[in-house]
Design a protein around this ligand. Structure first.
Ligand code: SF4
Length: 360
């Protein structure tokens, strides 16, 4: 039987659950430390929230550690070299976030004396901080009563209230339901409590209703439709773009790399030269004339809006490149490449070794 508990009661139940079950995260001040008066560092909260945009907690942990060890304050990050930050970000994807991260750090360091503003409205004026991130930072770092709605929160709200309207149509309604539940006290902990519940108990496929603190108030559970929620409109199929990627060394073993233009996909990141990426019949565009070898290998990668397939070309040449520059092997780290470029490197290594051997 479903119990009718008011919104204050539901948020109190969730906070009690969070006090025991909060996930440990390197950027988080847990409930017991908070109770003891420890305040979250807005720099760490901001950094983690930007990293978590469209990326999982598991993927972010090691990046967060690297960044905070290397740049422990916003002033340190603001003073960093662009190329160092882009290289440290490589592999996290969505590279516009890294460029905005640097811009934001510099604005906070130079215009705000290194102190993050404490309201969602002021935070939203900073580069790379949208409605979600500003609400999350304001709630978590400054305990402002902001409503923080990510995919986890949408799922919990849809199930708790048995909302059958599909996403994205249901978004505004789910946000309102989440706002109605947000308490005046401990809004930061509450925001994290709903996210943790969605991530660990009210999971997408198999909600663990048996151990859920909201089980007696959950309309989705009572109606037997919890696992089907939230409903979603069918996704549009992604187009596939095609192109070529060119991995080349000279006889000294240096790699030919280029920094991609700031605007556009992988903007500002280091990578192998490629042709344009098009939906039909790509045209070869090698960075220099060479005896290009076709190892019959293809890099496959999926971006948010399209799939990409790049035919690999490898060569060894000492010709002067028309674009890009040779980077000595001692200064080259595959880890500084974005994932799609690292895939090309992994595929090119063997054929390139073979082609070097052939030429000896
Ligand atoms: Fe999710 Fe089940 Fe809890 Fe409802 S009872 S909120 S469906 S885990």
């Amino acid at each position: 039987m479903r119990e009718k508990i008011g919104s204050d009661g539901l948020s109190a139940v969730l906070l009690t659950w969070y006090d025991v079950h909060a996930r440990e995260m390197p950027w988080r001040v847990g409930p017991s430390d908070r109770a003891a008066g420890v305040r979250p560092d807005p720099y760490r909260v901001w950094l983690s929230e930007v990293m978590l945009q469209q990326t999982t907690v598991a993927a972010v942990r090691s990046y967060f550690r690297t960044f905070t060890e290397r740049w422990p304050t916003v002033a340190h990050l603001a003073a960093a070299e662009d190329a160092d930050v882009m290289a440290a970000w490589a592999g996290l994807g969505y590279y516009a976030r890294a460029r905005n991260l640097l811009k934001c750090a510099r604005v906070v360091a130079h215009d705000f004396g290194g102190v993050f503003p404490g309201t969602a409205e002021d935070l939203r004026r900073l580069p790379g901080i949208g409605p979600y991130t500003s609400a999350a930072i304001a709630a978590i770092a400054f305990d402002q009563p902001e409503t923080v709605v990510d995919g986890n929160v949408e799922r919990v709200m849809a199930r708790l209230h048995a909302v059958e309207t599909p996403l994205p149509t249901a978004k505004a309604g789910l946000t309102q339901l989440a706002a109605d539940l947000t308490p005046g006290a401990r809004p930061g902990d509450y925001a994290q409590a709903v996210m943790d519940l969605g991530a660990t108990v009210c999971t997408p496929r198999n909600p663990a209703c048996g151990i859920c603190p909201l089980v007696h108030s959950c309309a989705g559970r009572a109606a037997g439709i919890a696992a089907e929620l939230p409903r979603k409109l069918p996704k549009k199929t992604k187009p596939t773009r095609l192109g070529y990627v060119y991995v080349l060394r000279n006889s000294a073993g240096d790699w030919l790399l280029e920094t991609r233009p700031d605007k556009g996909l992988l903007g500002g990141m280091l990578g192998w030269p490629t042709s344009d990426w098009v939906e039909e019949a790509p045209t070869e565009a090698p960075p220099l004339p060479a005896d290009w070898h076709d190892p019959r290998a293809e890099v496959r990668h999926t971006f948010t809006h399209f799939h990409l397939r790049l035919a690999l070309r490898v060569a060894v040449s000492d010709a002067v490149p028309e674009r890009g520059a040779f980077v000595p092997a001692s200064a080259f780290s595959p880890a500084s490449l974005p994932t799609v470029m690292r895939k090309a490197f992994d595929l090119a290594r063997d054929p390139l070794d073979a082609s070097v051997i052939d030429k000896k």
